[in-house]
Design a protein around this ligand. Sequence first.
Ligand code: SF4
Ligand code: SF4
Length: 449
Amino acid sequence: MEQLKFSKYNLLCQDENNEYLVYNTLTDHVQTLDEKDYLLFRNNNGERLCGIESAAKIEGWSAAGFVVDEGYEEWRKVEYEYGNIAYGDEELQLTILTTNACNFDCIYCYQKHLNSFMDSEGKEKILKYIGGKLKRNYKKLYVSWFGGEPLLTKKLIIEMSKEMKRMARENKVAYYSQMTTNGYELDLDTFTELIEANVLSYSITLDGVKEIHNKQRPHKNDNDSYETIMRNLTDISKNVTTGRFSIDVRVNLSLQGVEHFFEFANEFKKLFGNDKRFHLVPEPVKDWAGPRIDLVKDRVLTNAGVIYSLYEQLENMKADVTNFYNFQRISHICVAPLKNGYILDWNGNVHKCGMDVFRDEFYEKNVIGKIDNYGKMEIDEHKELGLITRDIEKYHCMDCVLYPKCLGIHCVHATRIVNSPECPFYDELYEFAAMSAKLKTLRMRRKEK
Ligand code: SF4
Ligand code: SF4
């Protein structure tokens, strides 16, 4: 047998009972350790394994990926996965912003709402671009609708989606679509038409109980948007029979919202607990920058442990309303570093980082081209390459315990646009990964009972 070493990707933590856990971020295995083994792991990360007599123990650790052959370079597996995702040519991923206007005035919003809308010319040129691409290059088309509030342009989105579905079918390309919306305009008729046009996955933000939601996310003309959104969601749950869609209800929790979270979770469980198409996603209100955040700095949740304890309590109350997969994924790659990923705005400008679309100071660096009236994407290739290729050495990602989870993230904003000297994600992702390990253990124990 080849000499073994400890994996570089063993994350060590303690659960709420002070039991030691080892979580391998590459294989996703988690296991409890006694104190002696915990210290052994802690003091020998990435080092040669020696002095362990129990063959059964070594076999178990090896099967879980906690120890690996000495010559095995685990980072290559991650690098390969990143390469497939970032530089693969099978899929065209587009985020389309049909407007920067919004019907809400959320207190933490980082966007500037200037009431620009995509017109029919804009719609036609984007459809021409997609039509041309589907004829030649791709096997899959993924479209994400974002804004502003995308459903302020619902007629346009439904028309575009129907046409994309038709073009995809004609060219034998798989097509699926997602929308991030506040849900206010998502009445049953609109939802039915969107589902028909393959818009199947939704992220809807509802900030907990009525009083908090209506204060934190005020509608511009309706002081009780909570009622309308809840009505839309219950109408969908009761009347739409297909299982093809999923709705994540994202709850942005401020310091003030946390204490009322379970009132909302119980209501959610009552209404959607038996509907597996609906999931509850608690998230902290973060400092997303922008013009308003200074006014609400005291509401920002900086302690990720609070969110963990919410998931833990949901797990203990067997609510079954969370999407555990979402939680485990820890971080995802946005379209910015993708070779075939673009953000198209209402004017047909091509952006990379979605957050920087609304920040004037980064506009020049972030916009790499434009779609012309003939549907041709004119891109500054040199600028694009400068943004999407990465320097993996910059944050020493290959040696970071989180590398298999975040894949070296390559946040174009951090590494290229503002050139952050240190990884801005490590602390938060580390806490998230430790939470994931603890929740996995909790769930395993629950199943064993
Ligand atoms: S981006 Fe940050 S958290 Fe991710 S692997 Fe690199 S250093 Fe670690
Ligand atoms: S800030 Fe980074 S991770 Fe977020 S959208 Fe921009 S490039 Fe992607």
